[in-house]
Write a protein that binds this ligand. Structure first.
Ligand code: ADP
Ligand code: F6P
Length: 322
């Protein structure tokens, strides 16, 4: 069957995530295998508007599957949110012969892809974010690596927390979503997990919990606090004052976005990148690649952006019991 597109562009947008390189590699090599040309667009939509576009071959993506970050660099671009920016982006794609585009990023990046699709560029989104906050998919590139990185860091903090018989508040990323916090909370056996989706801001209840656990002989108290709640340092000060127990805050920060991708992130990102190319080759546009119910599927971007998701109640309940 003849390919519906001749040249595919690929870009990464929004926050970087480990596994993005595996997705780029899969896009390039799957396209080349089908006889489709590939152009790499650096620095997301900002780079598109600046025409930072280069030809890519199978060799351009050698030695990257094991690397964190994104070889194409990434950026956020306010100009691309405007109709003028989007029109210019579509014109630049056409000027460079790009008739298909793979956008690796989150919901914000999908909105840019949707705008380009309406302007005649066939687009497919691939979910790239450590936050797992894309409603249309149960998997996002980078989440698995990020939670493993955070989990290992929290294990280390737990050692020192136990030795000093302290309370430790550890803040993890996730923007407004609590998925990283929930997973770390379960994986690290935290005493309290504060999620933006569930936290009732009843600090007295946490203080009572710490005191009760200390009376039961617990030598440490780990609180995983999601970035969406924040204020870990001031919370630590208040908890120490109220309990008399030394309390420290650690904000894990950008270490969660870096590092070698896990096996899962490499494999799933590779499958998703390849699937994006299949969709473009079939003439599909305005689609996003998703993982749902154990399968890789695709949805219309508009439909995907309308979807809602929440912390699974059973997982939250289990985290509280354990
Ligand atoms: P993510 O893709 O991870 O959700 P952002 O929300 O920061 O990250 O979006 C990344 C980029 O996608 C933005 O900097 C902008 O260039 C583009 N983008 C975001 N929202 C829109 C929008 N409504 N229309 C067009 N482009 C958008
Ligand atoms: O989306 C990934 C993420 O790391 C979020 O968890 C965090 O809120 C945000 O990006 C930080 O963005 P920036 O890199 O602009 O500081």
């Amino acid at each position: 069957m003849e390919n519906a597109v001749k040249t595919i562009g690929v870009l990464t947008s929004g926050g970087d995530a480990p596994g993005m390189n595996a997705a780029i590699r899969a896009v390039v090599r799957s396209a080349v295998a089908k006889g489709i040309k590939v152009k790499g667009i650096r620095r997301g939509y900002a780079g598109l508007l600046n025409e930072e576009i280069e030809d890519m071959t199978s060799r351009s993506v050698s030695e990257i599957i094991q690397k964190g970050g994104t070889i194409l660099y990434t950026a956020r671009c306010e100009e691309f949110k405007t109709p003028e920016g989007q029109r210019l982006g579509a014109e630049i794609c056409k000027k460079h012969g790009i008739d298909g585009l793979v956008v690796i990023g989150g919901d914000g990046s999908y909105k840019g892809a949707q705008a380009l699709a309406s302007l005649g560029i066939n687009t497919v989104g691939v979910p790239g974010t450590i936050d797992l906050d894309i409603a249309s998919t149960e998997y996002t590139i980078g989440f698995d690596t990020a939670v493993n990185t955070a989990m290992e860091a929290i294990d280390k903090i737990r050692d020192t927390s136990t030795s000093h018989e302290r309370c430790s508040i550890i803040e993890v990323m996730g923007r407004n979503a609590g998925y990283i916090a929930l997973w770390c909370g379960i994986a690290n056996g935290a005493e309290d997990i504060l999620l933006p989706e569930r936290y009732d801001y009843n600090e007295q209840a946490i203080i009572n919990h710490i005191i009760a656990k200390r009376k039961m002989g617990k030598s440490h108290h780990i609180i995983i606090n999601a970035e969406g709640i924040g204020h870990s340092t001031s919370m630590a000060r208040r908890i120490e004052a109220a309990t008399g127990i030394e309390t420290r805050a650690s904000i894990l920060g950008y270490m969660q976005r870096g590092g070698r991708p896990t096996c899962k992130d490499r494999v799933y990102a590779s499958i998703m990148g390849a699937k994006a190319v299949d969709l473009l080759a079939e003439g599909k546009s305005n689609r996003v690649v998703c993982y749902k119910g154990g399968e890789f599927v695709d949805y219309d971007i508009h439909e995907a952006l309308q979807m809602k998701k929440d912390i699974p109640e059973d997982q939250y309940r289990i985290s509280k019991t354990l």
